[in-house]
Design a binder for this molecule. Structure first.
Ligand code: SF4
Length: 679
């Protein structure tokens, strides 16, 4: 079955259009093709539907004395071989192809779009089942099937086109699935889920509107194809019986008189051709408009066996207690292994490490917001005496937003560009707090003021693209507070912001903790952020915690070489400290999941690695209640060595005999010991 333009969606932006552009005429109606397409389709639809009211002759009114006549004052488009008025017959015949094509669209999109939304939401297994069934439909020969259907049910064109719609729905599903999967990965969809929206409302309010452009383009193109199918069937004699007019039969009839009266072919042929061209022009105009928007936005954007990890017993007053958490790809490698930590009310915990260390996966697993195909495969997440690991989506929906909320990395992406700030704030407020529209708006303004927005009323009326990055992040924080949560998970909340705004946002988060007793988990690769706001820190490397303790203890006296290296690479030097001549660096990259070495996962990059680092070993106590996952921690500590950031004018003390022996077959940089500083 090849009638569907399967690659058409590639040309179409799936991102929703900014709402201000909805004012006045839609964008595609400012293009000549769009104007022509919309105007002709409107004209032919209205003219056909109202034909019985205005056509000058009955469709079966014959005048054999005036057969095959050319256009005249009596018959504007001439007459057919039986002397019937062509104008009356053409417009009366229009209802059937237009209505049956529309019916085909309703069936195709009515089946294809919901299935795509379902497959995109439910994950791999559901998607595979639906996709395999759709492939069977796609493999069927449409023309042969059509003739078989007509042979069984007769010339019932509405029923035939409904069946065509059913067959085409497989192609619609394939296109819409890609779009739905793409849209569901957007942060504002996650934000909507965090704010407690059920799956149906997430789909209706956020996913479906973002698919509207692709749906419109596909529908317009398929409409033209539907017209040709109806005309083709009628041409072959499977249309309405005479004297009922049909475009296909009229063209077939005209072809019999092509030499005797060629004009007979012209009116019906032109009307059919113009209608199909109009549908395609409309599709091109919508697609072209969407592509232009996409380009415009781009331009604007330019201005292994796990080592035992530290096991921390929960503090008696902990509101969150994570023990032995393992997150894995379904039927694939683990992404996070044996992660444990607890969090008390009013405390801020930092998860720090390079990209790919499992920080975000750990944080998202707390809310059940892991990507498709990734799940919690072990351990426990106890939230206020309730186990969250393994809970259904429905139960987690009740926790998200009301008890645990999320602040994402990119505020401009986390807000839905389709809706105003007021709408995006009042909807969750009304749902969470069960208040009316007026009160919700007052609370929204109050929340904006709470996050430091002075001109709350103006911001409420704004759309996301009208906000600065810092302002948008403040709105996101206000959005996270709509359900009065006890825990905020902030995933790199300042990464997308400039330094001044970063400081303001961190100051705001500190104030929220102080004033409301919130607890926060901050995911960051920036030790400056951690030092600034966190009470406790967990340093993560290759999916496990390698060092933990209070922030002051860990940053003042790092025990793990990885923490030392991160500090040595940190360009921010505390006041009074000597400025480094050269920042430290860590050779190589974080090993990907599935390629983690046995023993210490940092061994291939560690300056202090030895053979004994390659066998599993337990975590050792450090920083009082904390721990460190390094077999040589005592030796390194006794030697008083550091990772190698040179400090201007720093006194170097003699080493204590610490030697670094690279592991056999490992391409680690050759370490050099220079007077107590190993580089
Ligand atoms: S010294 Fe050994 S155990 Fe410690 S971090 Fe380096 S490689 Fe790992």
């Amino acid at each position: 079955m090849t009638v569907l333009p399967l690659d058409a969606a590639d040309d179409v932006a799936t991102e929703p259009l900014p709402p201000t552009r909805r004012r006045g005429l839609p964008g595609f109606l400012r293009r000549p093709g769009g104007i022509f397409g919309a105007a002709w389709l409107t004209f032919i639809t209205v003219a056909s539907l109202t034909a019985p009211l205005w056509v000058p002759y009955e469709v079966d009114e014959q005048n054999t004395a005036n057969r095959l006549a050319l256009p005249s004052a009596e018959h504007w488009l001439g007459t057919d071989p039986l002397g019937r008025d062509l104008l009356s017959r053409i417009f009366t015949a229009g209802t059937l192809p237009l209505a049956s094509s529309a019916l085909m669209l309703v069936v195709a999109f009515g089946i294809g779009v919901p299935l795509a939304l379902l497959a995109a939401e439910r994950g791999r297994l559901t998607e595979r089942v639906i996709s395999r069934v759709s492939e069977v439909f796609l493999a069927l020969p449409l023309l042969i099937l059509l003739l078989a259907v007509v042979g069984v049910i007769g010339n019932k064109l509405y029923a035939v086109m409904a069946i065509v719609g059913l067959l085409i729905s497989a192609g619609v599903y394939r296109i819409m699935l890609g779009v739905a999967q793409s849209v569901r990965q957007r942060l504002y969809v996650d934000a909507a889920r965090v704010n407690g929206l059920g799956s149906v409302r997430v789909n209706l309010l956020h996913v479906l509107p973002s698919m509207a452009t692709v749906v419109a383009v596909q529908a317009a193109q398929l409409f033209g194809i539907g017209l040709l199918i109806v005309a083709g069937l009628a041409f072959l004699g499977f249309g309405p019986a005479e004297p009922e007019p049909s475009w296909g039969f009229m063209i077939q009839d005209a072809s019999s008189y092509i030499f005797q009266q060629p004009w007979l072919m012209v009116p019906t042929g032109i009307v059919l051709a113009l209608t199909v061209i109009a549908a395609n022009e409309l599709a091109d105009a919508i697609a072209g408009r969407a592509s232009a928007e996409k380009r415009g936005r781009r331009r604007r954007r330019r201005a292994a066996a796990p080592v035992a990890a530290p096991s921390i017993s929960a503090a008696p007053d902990a509101i969150l207690d994570v023990q032995g958490l393992t997150v894995s790809v379904d039927d694939g490698p683990a992404l996070v292994t044996d992660v444990s930590f607890s969090l008390r009310q009013g405390r801020v915990l930092g998860l720090v490490g390079e990209s790919g260390c499992g920080k975000t996966m750990t944080a998202r697993s707390l809310m059940g917001l892991l990507p498709d195909g990734v799940s919690v495969s072990g351990g426990s997440i106890r939230w206020q005496d309730r186990e969250l690991a393994g809970l259904s989506e429905k139960v987690l929906t009740a926790v998200r937003g009301r008890e645990i909320a999320l602040i994402s990395q990119e505020p401009m992406v986390a807000l839905d560009p389709m809706f105003s700030v007021a709408y995006q704030l009042t909807q969750p407020i009304r749902r969470f707090r069960e208040v009316g529209r007026g009160e919700a708006r007052q609370i929204a303004a109050q929340l904006l003021r709470q996050v430091g927005i002075v001109d709350a009323e103006r911001v409420l009326k704004s759309y996301p693209h009208q906000l600065s990055g810092g302002m948008a992040q403040r709105v996101c924080i206000a959005l996270a507070l709509t359900g009065q949560p006890k825990l905020l998970i902030a995933d790199e909340p300042t990464t997308a912001l400039d330094v001044t705004v970063q400081a303001e946002i961190l100051s705001l988060l500190r104030a929220l903790v102080r004033d409301t007793g919130l607890s926060i988990i901050i995911v960051s690769h920036d030790l400056g952020v951690v030092a600034d706001i966190c009470d406790d820190v967990r340093v993560m490397y290759a999916g496990q915690i390698v060092e933990d303790g209070t922030t002051a203890a860990v940053l003042d006296d790092p025990a793990h070489p990885y923490t030392m290296a991160l500090l040595g690479a940190n360009p921010h030097v505390p006041e009074g400290e000597p400025v480094p001549v050269r920042l430290a660096s860590i050779p190589g990259t974080v090993p990907p999941p599935g390629s983690w070495p046995t023993g210490c996962r940092f061994a291939a990059r560690c300056q202090f690695a030895q053979e004994k680092c390659t066998v599993p070993f337990p975590a050792l106590p450090a920083h009082g209640d904390g721990s460190v996952l390094c077999i040589r921690v005592d030796e390194i500590h006794a030697a008083g060595v550091n990772w190698g950031a040179e400090r201007a004018g720093a006194e170097v003390s003699p080493g204590a005999g610490l030697t670094a022996a690279p592991i056999a077959d490992e391409p680690a940089d050759e370490p050099v010991q220079t007077a107590g500083v190993i580089r």
